[in-house]
Design a protein around this ligand. Structure first.
Ligand code: FUL
Length: 459
């Protein structure tokens, strides 16, 4: 029974749009709006439109900086919690049209992305501190009108990102959002766009804004958590034993999607995880803030893009409407480092040792004499067949596999395994292993079905 359910879990697959999003992997967030000019993180909604006045707006400069880091898309805060719209919406006066700038920032950004060959998406805050309808059923009409403007006026979008933050407090306005209606509009006008609404339907929040990853990251998760997504299985075998056990499941849980947890679920969905963080402490630009150091950004890349998630890195334009030179420099450094580490593969001869019929597997990877020492092994599962691998290890083939160079958990879209990584939780570099082994053994020690690896690469 458990085995049948695991096999069923191994067949929960991403949609076409999720697969395309997985391919994109690394994209930018752009937080820009009245807060940029008032030095705040959350605006009050009472700001005068006149405060929005970028003096030298250049969206091509944003795209150039984004591309230098290797990012392949941009998501712009079309409207943050303060309700100020970066496009001249017909449905409110609180927008760029009444600012000294006048121009349509959404259009300028979308056009710059198209020119630069990267994808464009929008962030639209459901919480709106400016609009008088907020807190009434009519607000849903207002929101849908705005959403429709964005979905129909700016070409193809790859992403619609809803922010569930709300600071109204217990005595504040209470809005019942009609999310199913919002989703329907997106599917109608932008069928290829993925939707982020914290708990699916297509992408889920990682649970923090600091770039901290889970040890094992499953795209297949209990429906109780990602209730916006379509269920692909029936209930887990232990669901009846604990009918409400997962009611309090949240994105911060370190065990999301692990076997002991999915057994209690009321069904499974495919909703992969996005790791979002800002290059600086704040989401909006503040003069005195500095970008995070390169190590932190690189580490976050390895534990997001390299751990079955995506990396959504915020880079806030300043009051000129340009990306700050300090951030431009950091993005360039990151791009150069990624290129140095992953720009050139080490040729490897791969042989599957087992007969490929068991819920485990063994591969032998051999390198030509005189090759550079291997620093990373990159694995990818064929997600069109489902996410299966639960645990694996990589050992020097010439030494004892009980003392490997790397212990891994999930693989999914991609696992970047840094051999001998001192930051990895369990990663013993044993004394007797060769620092530049000629051949490696990859052992899948646990899998929900026969492992289906698509890629094994060395760098
Ligand atoms: C949060 C918001 O409150 C922040 O201002 C920011 O937009 C971040 C991405 O999401 O929920």
């Amino acid at each position: 029974m458990m085995k049948d359910f695991l096999r069923e879990a191994a067949r929960v697959v991403p949609s076409e749009r999720q697969l395309r999003w997985f391919d994109l992997n690394f994209y930018a967030f752009i937080h820009f709006g009245v807060n940029t000019f008032t030095d705040r993180e959350w605006g009050t909604g009472m700001e005068d439109e006149a405060v929005f006045n970028p003096t030298d707006l250049d969206c091509d400069q944003w795209v150039e900086a984004i591309k230098a880091a290797g990012m392949k898309g941009m998501v712009l805060t079309a409207k943050h919690h303060d309700g100020f719209c970066l496009w001249p919406s017909k449905f409110t006066e609180h927008s760029v049209k009444n600012s000294p700038f006048h121009g349509d920032v959404v259009k300028l950004a979308a056009d710059a992305c198209r020119r630069g060959g990267i994808r464009f998406g929008v962030y639209l805050s459901p919480w709106d501190r400016n609009n008088p309808l907020y807190g009434t059923p009519e607000y849903n009409d207002y929101f849908c009108n705005q959403l429709t403007e964005l979905l129909t006026g700016y070409g193809e979008l790859f992403y619609v990102w809803f922010d569930n933050a709300c600071g109204e407090g217990p005595n504040g306005k209470k809005q019942v959002y009609d999310f199913p209606r919002y989703f329907e509009l997106i599917r109608k006008y932008q069928p290829n766009a993925v939707i982020f609404n914290d708990f699916g339907p297509d992408v889920r929040w990682c649970g923090n804004e600091a770039g901290v990853a889970r040890q094992s990251e499953w795209a297949v998760v209990p429906h109780e958590l990602c209730y916006w997504a379509d269920r692909q299985t029936g209930a887990g075998p232990l669901h009846d034993a604990a009918p409400h056990a997962l009611d309090t499941l949240y994105n911060t849980d370190p065990l999301i999607g692990t076997a002991p947890q999915i057994f209690y679920s009321d069904g499974l969905v495919c909703t992969p995880c996005e790791i979002n963080m800002s290059i600086r402490p704040g989401w909006f630009w503040h003069e005195q803030e500095e970008p995070h150091d390169l190590d932190r950004l690189f580490h976050t890349y390895l534990t997001s893009v390299g751990a079955n998630a995506s990396f959504h890195l915020n880079v806030p334009p300043d009051r000129r409407g340009r990306i700050d030179a300090r951030d431009v420099r950091r993005l360039k450094e990151l791009g150069q480092l990624l290129d140095a580490e992953f720009g050139k593969e080490i040729p490897v001869e791969i042989r599957r040792v087992d007969d490929g019929t068991h819920w485990s597997g063994e591969w032998l990877l051999t390198f030509a004499p005189g090759e550079r020492p291997v620093k990373y092994i990159v694995l990818e599962e064929d997600l069109t067949q489902g996410q299966r691998i639960e645990s694996f290890k990589i050992a020097d083939a010439a030494s004892d596999a009980h003392f490997p160079l790397y212990y891994g958990f999930t693989v999914g879209n991609r696992a970047i395994c840094r051999l001998g990584d001192p930051f990895a939780l369990q990663n013993p570099l044993t004394d007797d292993s060769d620092p530049a082994p000629r051949s490696l053994r990859l052992l899948v020690t646990g899998s929900r079905d026969v492992p289906a690896l698509k890629t094994i690469k060395a760098y």
